[in-house]
Design a protein around this ligand. Structure first.
Ligand code: AOF
Ligand code: ZN
Length: 379
């Protein structure tokens, strides 16, 4: 199907708007909407900023007012057809008299889906699949969560150019620059949970908290005033600790943020913490069960840090959706590899990725890569 150039351009804008909700909408998706009047002029724009707040379509329609009548709405996710925290967007579009709706990606949430069908049934022209790849990308965490019923996983690591994250004696501090570390804090703060393995907790005693975001500047726009998710978010801290070796005095157990300690079902322990008992297999805890349990707690996105061993286990099980690597222009030659065993015994089993973004952060390079075939995405 030939997609008119103006459809692609307006949807690109809707995707950009959706991105403004990034980090504040959980457990909801990021969604953007552009409304045109009957003559094809943009008369409304909106994005979903936080769960419980108005949906993107409702924001854009409010801006458009009467001018939406006979017009077109571009939405990055199929308009919902349900009453959740707010009312159905399908009805709002019908009430506004919109004649055509262009959708990028269908809503995989069975409770909310059906908007496209309802609109069609009421004589609205509906086009689907415009800029689907971009709309998938901007909303990848939520789509993974909604489709697979598990949290989306970003594995982050920092390493030297030769792929090492600690020197021979175990020292590992400040391989990457302050700029790169600030960038990590920004990404952490956007996640719903930060996960580390017991090895990292014992070796580094990290807080695993996200430093509070700097005070919002007036007019900062997206996710600013009135969005409860924007400030004071405290990502859940999760320690993967099959044998419950977390010391009672570990910093991850302080009161700066809630913490969950995942242990094996058959581990007896006196540890005073919020414990999650999970089945295990020959390679340790069932990490898919962990991600499914986290999803039931509305953890849409997980930031996996700390522990080449744990990262290897997530990879072995096909549970890494995105890799963020900070590579410093430095060499170690010996010392700990950034990644431990990941189920690759022979070259045929290699974990192939695609580089999607390459940028300089201070003196370091940040690489964003994703599995060549991504489980959370429809192929
Ligand atoms: C849309 N536009 O902007 C969003 C949608 O609890 P609620 O009412 O906020 O509904 C959340 C569900 O609605 C969410 O799981 C997803 O299926 C859909 N989100 N839909 O048309 C929006 N945020
Ligand atoms: Zn809606």
């Amino acid at each position: 199907m030939e997609i008119p150039a103006q459809d692609a351009a307006h949807m690109a804008r809707a995707v950009e708007l959706a991105g403004r909700g990034h980090g504040t909408t959980s457990p909801n998706p990021v969604v953007g909407c552009v409304v045109l009047d009957a003559a094809g002029h943009v008369v409304g724009e909106g994005f979903h900023a936080y769960a419980g707040g108005p949906h993107a379509e409702v924001v854009a329609l409010a801006q458009a007012g009467e001018r939406a009548r006979g017009g077109t709405a571009y939405v990055t996710l199929e308009p919902c057809d349900h009453t959740g925290r707010t009312g159905p967007c399908s009805q709002a579009l019908l009430a506004a008299g919109v004649a055509r709706v262009v959708i990028a990606v269908p809503d995989p949430n069975p409770k909310a889906a059906g908007g496209a069908a309802r609109l069609r049934a009421h004589g609205v022209a509906v086009t689907s699949g415009v800029r689907a790849a971009e709309a998938e990308r901007v909303n990848e965490e939520w789509l993974t969560y909604a489709r697979l019923g598990r949290s989306h996983v970003t594995w982050k690591f920092a390493a030297t150019l030769d792929g090492r994250s600690a020197a021979e004696d175990g020292t590992s501090q400040w391989i990457t620059s302050p700029e790169a570390r600030a960038d990590v804090h920004r990404l952490r703060a956007a996640a719903d949970a930060i996960v580390a393995g017991i090895g990292t907790v014992l070796a580094d005693d990290p807080h695993l908290t996200a430093r509070p975001a700097p005070a919002a500047t007036p007019g900062a726009g997206a996710g600013g005033a009135g969005s409860p998710g924007a400030d004071g978010r405290k990502p859940l801290r999760v320690v993967v600790d099959a044998r419950a070796r977390t010391p009672q005095g570990a910093r991850v157990l302080d009161d700066r943020a809630p913490t969950l300690v995942a242990i094996a079902e058959d581990t007896g322990t006196e540890l005073k913490a919020d414990l999650l008992r999970l089945p295990s297999d020959g390679h340790g805890l069932d990490l898919e069960a962990l991600l499914k349990e986290l999803a039931t707690r509305e953890v849409v996105s997980v930031f996996l840090e700390g522990g080449p061993t744990l990262a290897g286990e997530f990879l072995r099980r096909g549970l890494v959706d995105r890799v963020v690597a900070y590579v410093a222009p430095a060499l170690l030659g010996s010392g700990r590899a950034a990644l431990g065993a990941a189920g690759v015994g022979t070259i045929g089993a290699i974990h192939r990725l695609t580089f999607d973004e390459i940028s300089l952060i201070g003196p370091d390079v940040r690489l964003i890569a994703r599995p060549a075939t991504q489980p959370g995405r429809e192929q």
